[in-house]
Ligand binder design. Structure first.
Ligand SMILES: [Zn+2]
Length: 300
């Protein structure tokens, strides 16, 4: 068995995963974001508890909320500061005495869906996360395409919202966490949907309220979702014209609204050059298990 973990900014979701990808002994701990020793201890203690289920070479594999550099494994993580700049796989391996693998969490989500979930059997997969932010990953022939900087599939950054010189104040131009202005991430995420709703109507509402309002025909929510899906689908159609994936698994909090995802799918296919007749967006099949299972396959 392998120890697999989905390590986010709030929680470490950790479990033993068997060769048939079944999940056992799952546990959840708050992430010690600024305490390296506390971070290592989670894995040390879990390993001690389940040492009898592992053989000597069995790995520990992490889906991680950060980007490991492909050449040296150094981590860029805004949320888990005690790991930032560390060669995480290497450092953890020295502490724990086992091989350690680290994969970006969005890449893990897509890898899980491609190997076992809704994208199983597809050669080229673009996975999309619409959660706190906009993320994603690309899988080709069962392997993650990271690119030389490890940012493969990160389609949420780069300015797509351009103010008109005639009416700059009418443009929903927001500062992005990456330091740029007008990234898709500032609008296309759950927080972005809320930000856009406030910008358009001066109303504070949760993303859940807005998607429910869209489904029930509430006029302001419908207007917000219409603009939101226009922008998101426009960018996604360009990405899909460029990386001709045959399926787009969608995860993150916004994927809970099947009506929203169906609306994005409709607009994406209307905007693509050579769109399939069947939906191309598909809501996650593995849900909250995708990260853990993707981590498992990353150690193959
Ligand atoms: Zn950005």
């Amino acid at each position: 068995m392998r120890i697999c973990a989905d390590v986010g900014g709030s929680f470490v979701d950790i479990a033993m995963v068997d060769a048939d990808a079944s999940i056992h002994h799952r546990a959840k701990f708050p992430t010690p974001t600024r305490d390296w020793n506390g971070f290592v201890d989670i894995f040390r203690q879990f390993q001690a508890l389940h040492a009898d289920k592992m053989t000597e070479g069995d790995a520990i594999s992490l889906a991680f909320a950060g980007l490991p550099a492909p050449d040296n494994g150094r981590i860029i993580s805004a949320n888990i500061e005690c790991t930032h700049g560390r060669r995480l796989a290497n450092d953890l391996s020295q502490e724990l005495g086992r091989p350690v693998f680290v994969i970006n969490d969005a890449d893990a989500f897509v890898l899980g869906e491609a190997r076992l979930g809704v994208a199983k059997g597809h050669r080229r997969v673009l996975g999309v996360i619409l959660g706190t932010g906009v993320g994603g990953g690309v899988i080709e022939d069962g392997k993650v395409v990271t690119g030389i900087h490890g940012i493969g599939g990160e389609w949420g950054h780069g300015q797509v919202i351009i103010p008109s010189p005639k009416a700059p104040d009418a443009t929903p131009l927001f500062q992005c966490g990456c330091g740029r202005m007008g990234c898709l991430d500032t609008i296309g995420s759950a927080r972005g949907l809320e930000r856009l709703h406030h910008f358009l109507h001066g109303k504070t509402a949760t993303s859940k309220d807005i998607t429910h309002g869209f489904v029930s025909g509430e006029i302001h929510a419908v207007a917000t979702v219409s603009y939101f899906t226009d922008i998101l689908a426009g960018v996604l159609s360009v990405v899909l014209n460029t990386i001709p994936a045959t399926i787009v698994p969608v995860g993150g909090g916004l994927s809970n609204s099947t009506e929203l995802i169906a609306e994005i799918d409709r607009k994406v296919r209307a905007s693509m050059l050579d769109a399939p007749e069947q939906p191309i967006l598909a809501v996650t099949m593995l849900g909250g298990d995708a990260g853990l299972l993707g981590a498992y396959f990353a150690a193959d």
